[in-house]
Design a protein around this ligand. Structure first.
Ligand SMILES: *Cc1c(COP(=O)(O)O)cnc(C)c1O
Length: 394
């Protein structure tokens, strides 16, 4: 029985290889940091979600340690689906310190999005969603019976058209990434909120690539744009800038959170976040509440790198986010460039279909507060050398 299917799968894989879209996984043999070990070589890491450099921060490792030991010893901590005191404490911190008075639930962000739309919206409702939204938002919407309208990426005229078209709906929710994981572009939240108000819709933001570092206190794109009180639902991850490597949350208006706790399927039917990760996220939030130093360093690094790369003649999407997309358009070229950069001791990844649209291949650089000036200069020099040899720059 399997033989026929095996041939079919082999054909699919050959097709992926031939179109330059095959992704080989590189194994990292060291802790996360500015310098990592890949294939027995020390290289600079420019492709991590470790925006604030918290991935190997001693304070956070220390925070995880006692919890993980007690977790190992106390099987109630490992084997329970249910929330415990430490989860509640973190939820309150996320709610009160970071998000002003709202409380939160805690699956992964993929699960937060997976449980959100289906729980809140039914057949008579409408979700209006940005065309380039993250896969977890798209999948979450698929699970809901609400009608789906799509507006062009960050196009406010198109969003207004969709709002006009959907006036008959009972409730409407506009859903967007706060910042795009592939472009680093930041959603025009003030305009989205204005349109939502004008047409009586709600707003949902997934801030996975912004929590911890966007906005004056690192609360996210809603703080960056000064619309903190105007977002109805915010989902995000504990696994990127907050250094936990996993875990997510939903911060929303009280009744929304209350209902999610009753009905969100990933919240009810999947294990909760493990105690060491709760401890790490909690310690990270305390650190980020005390000082903006890491966030400030990240943004200085980002400005420095973007300026130098633009001056070197690379086609980079303008912006201020630490995700810096270096546009190459061709998937083979993106693969070649990533391989050549690794030869130069700089680890970056090429992104191509299906994670970005066809013909939009790129190197996605991620700047971190873990990078020092020397790291940035080494990476910029390597890009210049490789860019010339591949004919990307003159
Ligand atoms: C990474 C990411 C997620 C998934 O987060 P997890 O907590 O790892 O499930 C969801 N949404 C966006 C926009 C992301 O970038």
């Amino acid at each position: 029985m399997y033989n026929g299917f095996k041939d079919f799968l082999s054909g699919e894989l050959t097709g992926i290889r031939e179109s330059g879209l095959f992704k080989s996984e590189r194994i990292i043999d060291s802790p996360q940091g500015a310098e990592i070990r890949v294939r027995n070589r020390d290289v600079l890491n420019f492709c991590a979600n470790n925006y604030l450099g918290l991935g190997d921060h001693p304070k956070l490792i220390e925070a995880a340690r006692p919890r993980s030991m007690s977790a190992a010893m106390d099987c109630r901590r490992c084997a329970s689906l249910r929330h415990q005191d430490i989860h509640k404490k973190l939820e309150n911190k996320l709610g009160e310190v970071r998000w002003h008075g709202r409380r939160d639930s805690l699956p992964s962000c993929f699960d937060a999005n997976g449980g959100l739309f289906e729980t809140l919206l039914k057949e008579e409702d409408v979700i209006i969603t940005d065309a380039l939204n993250h896969a977890s938002i798209i999948d979450g919407i698929r699970l809901s019976k609400a009608k789906r309208y799509i507006y062009k990426n960050c196009d406010m005229q198109d969003l207004e058209e969709r709002l006009k078209e959907s006036q008959d709906a009972r409730f409407r929710l506009i859903g967007t990434d706060g910042s795009s994981p592939m472009d680093g572009s930041i959603a025009p939240l003030p305009q989205i909120c204005d349109l939502a108000e004008k047409y009586d819709a709600m707003v949902m933001v997934d801030d996975s690539h912004a929590t911890g570092f966007m906005g004056p206190h690192g609360r996210g794109t809603h703080e960056h744009h000064g619309v903190m009180g105007r977002i109805d639902v915010l989902t995000s991850t504990l696994g990127k800038a907050l250094g936990g490597a996993s875990g997510g949350f939903t911060a929303a208006r009280q009744e929304i959170v209350d209902l999610l706790r009753q009905r969100s399927r990933p919240y009810l039917f999947s294990n909760t976040v493990p105690p060491p990760i709760i401890a790490v996220a909690s310690a990270a939030i305390d650190m980020l509440t005390e000082t903006t130093a890491l966030r400030d360093k990240l943004h200085n690094n980002t400005r420095y790198f973007r300026k130098a790369m633009t001056e070197a003649g690379f086609d980079i999407k303008p912006g201020e986010h630490p995700i810096v997309p270096i546009m190459l358009y061709d998937a083979h070229k993106a693969q070649d460039m990533a391989a050549a950069m690794l030869e130069e001791g700089v680890y970056v990844i090429g992104f191509f279909f299906p994670v970005v649209p066809k013909g939009q291949a790129r190197i996605r650089v991620q700047i971190s507060a873990a990078h020092d000036g020397d790291h940035l200069d080494t990476a910029i020099a390597a890009f210049k050398k490789v860019g010339k040899s591949l004919g990307v720059t003159k």
